[in-house]
Design a protein around this ligand. Sequence first.
Ligand SMILES: [Zn+2]
Length: 89
Amino acid sequence: MTLQWVKVDKRRMCPQCRAFITTSDKVCPYCNTKVGPRAVEQRDPGPILGGLIPHAQFVTSMILLLNFGLYAATRALQFALRRRRLDGC
Ligand SMILES: [Zn+2]
């Protein structure tokens, strides 16, 4: 993966000679390399949350599921312990 500018900026880097060019340049003025569309623009449409989470894949989903599972288990355990304590007293 090449270095990309995170900020919305007119600047970008030529992948060939790493000179700073603008997004409107179709051809690098320094080395005359044809510059493709930005990675943001060529990303396939339809990622979840409108691209807010660009690479939510299997591992991310599993971590989220595990996280929620632990939360649910903690809540259930809390509920059970509180109930037992109330019954005991
Ligand atoms: Zn260049």
